[in-house]
Every structure is written in C-alpha cells, then in structure tokens.
Design a protein. Sequence first.
Length: 301
Amino acid sequence: MVNYHLNHIKLLEAESVFILREVAAQFERPALLFSGGKDSIVMLHLARKAFWPSRIPFPLMHIDTGHNFVETLEYRDRVVETIGARLIVGSVQESIDKGRVMEETGYNASRNVLQTITLLDTIEENKIDVAMGGARRDEEKARAKERFFSHRDEFGQWDPKNQRPELWNLFNGKKRIGEHFRVFPLSNWTEMDVWQYIYHEQIEMPSLYFSHDRDCFVRDGVMYAFSDFMKLRPTEKVENMHVRFRTIGDMTCTGATLSHAKSLEDIIAEVAATRVTERGSRIDDKRSEAAMEDRKKEGYF
C-alpha cells in the first residue's frame, strides 16, 4: 500500500481546479497544452473535474516535433477520441518546410528547441489568448520563477523581472492586443504529488512510464531510445535495456532510466528514493546552465 497524504493532494487538486475555472472566467480563447506526458494528463483530468458534467470548454494543443514516441501519439489520440475534445496540432516539420526554423544537424541535433516558433505560430493562428501548461516548480530552477498567470508580450516573450503579484489568490489577466498568457495550474505540485494523485485517481498512463524492454544506447551519461531519428557515433552501441521514462518529450533529447517499476506503487517508491531530478535526463536542459530560462524568455513553455 502506498503511503500518501490524501489531504495534501486534495488541497492541491482544489487549488488547480480554482485556477482552471479562473482561466475560463477571465479569457476568451484558452487552450490546454497536451503532450501526452504525465503533467498534461493530470491537468486534463483536473479540467474534466472542474467543468463536469459539461465538456472542457477549451481545445487541447499539442506541438508535434515529428520525433515523438509512437506510444505517446497513440495515447494522445485515444484520449482525445474518448472524451470528445478538440485537438489543435502544431507541426515542427511544417515550420521547417515553410522556412520558419532551420533543422539542426550533427550527432546532437534535436527539434526540441524548434518548438518555440511552432508554438507561437500556433497560438497566433488560432488566436489563443492563454495557453495552460503543466510546468511544476520542482522541475527546473527557471520554472520556480513563474507565477500562476505568466504574462507574455506581443512577441511571446517572458520577462522574469517584470511579473505581476498574486496576492490572496487574485490573478490579473489583463493584456493588450497581441499579448497572451501562459497559466500553470500545477505550479505548487511536485513529481511525487503528481504520481500520488495519479495513483489515488487511478488515471490510465502511457506504457512508456512503466518498465519495459527497449533498444537503447548511452551518450554523455544519458540513455536514449534508439530510433531512426538518432545518428549514432562509431563508438556507440545499441543494447536492449530494462527502462522506463520519467518524462516524455522529443525522442532526441529525452533520456530513459534503468527501472523495474511495473506499477504505480513501484513508480512512487522509485521517485521517493531517487536523488536525480526528473529533468536530469533531458539533455536539452544541459546545453547551458540557463538553457531553460533562455528558452522561456523566447516564448518556450
């Protein structure tokens, strides 16, 4: 039996539901960023609770790099069909074809950083005035600087030194034409909170989060799933490993972890014992010490 603090989880749930309802009240064209990862899955679950028995009053938005895990896309499409939601997909490949971004080359090439332009273009094309994301304060130090309501200027940029106060649960969603907001209902959650909530609510999860056999290779201390998107160095060897993924993103920058966790209880025990952060397996965060903050200033999630 998993030992979790139900009252704490219920308080977090109530806070997030309040934020989601506040977004629906203040904005005209919201969208919920949905990657098929655990945080966005929890956000969708909370949104369905917040507006039950009605359908969620906003579409889901996924920025598809073209290098996603097949399991993630299958899960995304199944959930969208099950709940009858509208899905907006922004394609990085289309951004490349249009000349909006230039694809990286070399062994460490990744499309993850290219998502920013695709996200901003998708927001503008669909006239989205607020995009809700599943960022948590324990993910990465730049995340902890965010407010619940994160203002973005007409260029989609975030200014960490010019954020609005959020006292007594009062949120200021006022903006000028061309500006928009990012809102993070899970700001006070941790990775452990997310998994405890998933366990308590018995939410179906993608198989990638559970231990399975997969062909992988190691590069710079990170285990990657082998795919056609990855260019191997002559010294790198592909081996079948028993792994799972703590975070799900672009295959070219998302690392796996050795694991035998086959149930939610196993995952919670594993997270409690680990001393490596969740994003410690994301190579894109290691490109520079301020990689995440730099991307957020440019309009990243």
